[in-house]
Write a protein that binds this ligand. Structure first.
Ligand code: IPE
Ligand code: IPE
Ligand code: MG
Length: 247
C-alpha cells in the first residue's frame, strides 16, 4: 500500500506514550462539501458516515482511548424536515454495517445527549449498539446525538434541584460533584477538540468539558477529513504546552 510521505513522517514522529486520551470532534461541512460538487446535501452526509467509519478505525488503531463525535445538535432540529429525517436514518444504517468491525476492533459505543427526544428507531439502534459492544475494552466511542451543552447543564441543574428536594443532597456541591450530573459523567474531559470545515466556533458542544482542551481547526470539510488530518492534529497537540492556568 502506498503511504503518503507526510503521513509516514507524522506516524513516526507521534509519541505513542503521549496521545490525547480523549479526542472530541465537531464533524462539520457535509452540506458544503456536497454543494461544491453540485450534489444534494444528503450526499455530503452519506459521505460523512464513511469518514466516521474511517476515523473510528484510525482513532482505535492509533490508541486513542475515547473518541467523541458530535453528530446532531439540539439546534439541528431546526433544519428542513427532509434533512432531519435523513440524518435520523443514519445511526441504524451505521450500526447495521459497522457492528462487526466495532466488535473486531474492541470498540465500545456510548450515547451522550437527550435520548428521550430521539425517534424510537434511533434510540433502539444506539441502545443495541451500546449493549452489543459493552463487553469491549478498547476505545470508547461516544456519539453526541441530540446533544446541546446548555441543555445538558440545565438538565444537570434540574436533577440537582430534584435531589435537593428529595433530601438526597444535603450539602453544597463542588465542580467534581456537578460533573456527575452531566451526560459525560465518568468520562474525562477532552484533551483535544477538532472541528472541520474552517468554522472556528464551539456551537454549543461540551462547554463545561472543553474548559482546558486544546483546540485544532481543520479547513477540510468533514467528508474529506482523513487519517493524515487526525495525525496532524495529534502531532500538533503534542507540541503544545498545557498549563491549566499554572506557569
Ligand atoms: C455536519 O455538516 C453534519 C451536521 C451538523 C449534522 P453540516 O450539515 O453542518 O454541513 P454544513 O456545515 O452545512 O456544510
Ligand atoms: C455543529 O455543526 C453540530 C454538529 C456537527 C452536529 P453545525 O453546522 O450545526 O454548527 P453551526 O450552525 O455552523 O454553528
Ligand atoms: Mg454545519
Amino acid at each position: 500500500m502506498e503511504v503518503d510521505l507526510k503521513e509516514q513522517e507524522l506516524n513516526e514522529n507521534i509519541d505513542r506514550g503521549k496521545l490525547p486520551a480523549h479526542v472530541a470532534i465537531i464533524m462539520d461541512g457535509n452540506g458544503r462539501w456536497a454543494a461544491e460538487r453540485g450534489l444534494p446535501r444528503k450526499e455530503g452526509h452519506r459521505q460523512g458516515v464513511e469518514t466516521v467509519r474511517n476515523t473510528v478505525r484510525c482513532g482505535s488503531d492509533l490508541g486513542i482511548e475515547i473518541l467523541t463525535l458530535f453528530a446532531f445538535s439540539t439546534e439541528n432540529w431546526q433544519r428542513p424536515s427532509w434533512e432531519v429525517n435523513y440524518l435520523m436514518s443514519l445511526p441504524e444504517k451505521y450500526f447495521q454495517t459497522e457492528l462487526p468491525e466495532l466488535m473486531r476492533n474492541n470498540v465500545r459505543v456510548n450515547l451522550i445527549g437527550e435520548k428521550s427526544k430521539l425517534p424510537a428507531k434511533v434510540r433502539k439502534a444506539i441502545e443495541e449498539g451500546a449493549e452489543e459492544t459493552k463487553v469491549n475494552s478498547g476505545m470508547v466511542l461516544n456519539f453526541a446525538l441530540n446533544y446541546g451543552s446548555r441543555s445538558e447543564i440545565i438538565m444537570a441543574v434540574n436533577r440537582i434541584i430534584d435531589e435537593v428536594a428529595a433530601g438526597k443532597i444535603k450539602e453544597k456541591i463542588d465542580e467534581r460533584d456537578f460533573t456527575r450530573y452531566l451526560y459525560t459523567a465518568g468520562i474525562p474531559d477532552p484533551d483535544l477538540l477538532i472541528r472541520t470545515s474552517g468554522e472556528k466556533r464551539i456551537s454549543n458542544f461540551l462547554l463545561w468539558q472543553l474548559a482546558y482542551s486544546e483546540l485544532w481547526f481543520a479547513d477540510v470539510y468533514w467528508p474529506d477529513f482523513s487519517r493524515i488530518h487526525l495525525l496532524e492534529a495529534v502531532y500538533d497537540y503534542q507540541l503544545r504546552k498545557r498549563r491549566f492556568g499554572k506557569v
